[in-house]
Design a protein around this ligand. Sequence first.
Ligand SMILES: Cc1ncc(COP(=O)(O)O)c(C=O)c1O
Length: 444
Amino acid sequence: MDGAQIQYTANSLESQWMPFTGNRDFKISPRLVVKSEGVYLTDHKGGQVIDGSSGLFCNPLGHGRREIADAVHAQMIANDYCSPFGMGHPGAFALAERVAQRLPEPINHVFFVNSGSEAIDTALKITMAYHRARGEAHRVRYVSRERAYHGVNIGGISLAGMVKNRETFPHVMPNVVMMRHTWTGDETFEKGQPQHGVELANDLQRFCETYGGTTISAVFVEPVAGSTGTLVPPVGYLERVREICDEHGILLVFDEVITGFGRIGAPFASQKFGVTPDIITMAKALTNGAIPMGAVAVRDEIYETVTNASPENAIEFFHGYTYSGHPAACAAGLATQQIIDDEGLFERVVENEAYFLDAIWSLKDHELVKDLRGIGFMAGVEVHHDGVPGRRGTQLQKDLFWNGCHVKFTGDTAIVAPQFIAEHKHIDEMVDKMRKTLDQHLHA
Ligand SMILES: Cc1ncc(COP(=O)(O)O)c(C=O)c1O
């Protein structure tokens, strides 16, 4: 059945409890998307909405990719499900190999999950299994950062640095300490990496001095903090974090759920910044967002240490999901990776990065704009709050949608992340619509 033919008969919005949404507010003025194709969405009133955030940073190849739909369809007919525990199917091995080829050496082992949040929980458990296998189970502390977003499961919330995501949920993992975030406010409107701020990495050194480096298991960082509004790491910052981890035997985890698969102009942020972590989490663009999937990739030494610590015929890692490496997700992932290569999409980001960032920086003169940050195809447009933090951002996101542009806001910051297939005219359209909407707020 063609997507356009699908008919829905719901006449009430009451039953669904929507995630990260003002449920009551939404029902007053619902924003429903009934079709998506290329860089455009169609709303339920027939309006065309350009997708300025690649959905939630997950469809860089554009919407409605036939190749992905066909691959998933064929897979569903051939083999719709197989238990991932003690069994397998060829697609999962093929996709793991494909992903491993994109990763920095020596990160070559890939564990499949179904979301970014599950990737974080899985990464946490891998760090525990690794230290235990090495006789270092006393490494019980974790380090994260203020303003961090690592998904919404209890593991991710324990590492969360955004207050709204954790204040309601006090029952989290103990022993997590927070480094400062890297937005100092001293350097605004800086494209790419800020020149100053490397010393913020020394928070980790202080934790080592306070708690003992040998008690720390792992440090989790988003190489570019995404959901909080695009905080690009200062020059030398990630290198310094890596150095301190090495000095103390601490594992470094890069959460690349947003930055993975080309978002900042390299397959992973690790390659862009020339810093290799021990573990990389990913999701979103792995399948172009068409089927839920995430993954955790680890250095060979981590895989080997954990697997070699058990008897030959034993299960080595007591962890996994019913849908780990689901055949449909693997088919979507393989088709996605093929399109990336066939269409040179990582290269397109490199080619168009300057155009995109210049277009965003054209908003610098706007009275409501407080700061601009960006790298690759990812930018934060922070506006001055209106007295109540977050209120203007929430309203802007809604108004922008009705002006024909979808952009995800966190608080008062728009996170603009075009699809890699976006052309210059599409970028212009996004920025024009943003300016128009900002103007409406200025004169409101
Ligand atoms: C860095 C990071 N980690 C984890 C997640 C959670 O991913 P999911 O929503 O798929 O659980 C996100 C989602 O935006 C993310 O940006």
